[in-house]
Write a protein that binds this ligand. Structure first.
Ligand code: FES
Length: 136
């Protein structure tokens, strides 16, 4: 169980973006969103077009309206609690869930298939001054 961030870092209207490593070594983005009674976590892509991010890494992250996460491309909205979409191009689909737990004000990754990589999107892993991509 790895700590992701403090629950306070998850915006009221928006999302907290971070990157995980899958069992096969590939990276994937995940968003944390506020629910009426806690915090939910979803993979950061739309079910209509899987290369469309919900949180594009700008501002407060994903657009949230009335407890729904809005896809920025065609405007389908996903229930932030269940991930289910009943409208627009993505109707009938459900966001990919990620297992987390909140304990004493911190958010932890509890998904057995995933390892916490870093805060922010996949591209944010290459910090200025980092030589990680040159050290092979
Ligand atoms: S890409 Fe999200 S609704 Fe089309």
């Amino acid at each position: 169980m790895e700590r992701i961030t403090s629950a306070d870092e998850v915006p009221e209207q928006g999302s907290y973006l971070f990157t995980v490593t899958e069992a096969d070594g590939s990276e994937e983005e995940v968003i944390l969103v506020r629910l009426s009674d806690g915090i939910g976590a979803w993979k950061n892509f739309c079910q209509h077009e899987i290369d469309q991010r919900l949180d594009r890494g700008v501002g407060n992250g994903a657009a949230i309206r009335d407890g729904e996460i809005l896809c920025p491309k065609h405007g389908s909205s996903f229930d932030a609690e269940t991930g289910y979409c009943d409208n627009g191009k993505a109707a009938g689909s459900t966001l990919a869930a990620v297992d987390i737990a909140v304990n004493r004000g911190d958010v932890f990754l509890t998904d057995d298939d995933l390892t916490f990589a870093h805060e922010g999107g996949i591209d944010d892993g290459d910090m200025p001054g980092s030589t990680s991509h040159l050290s092979f």
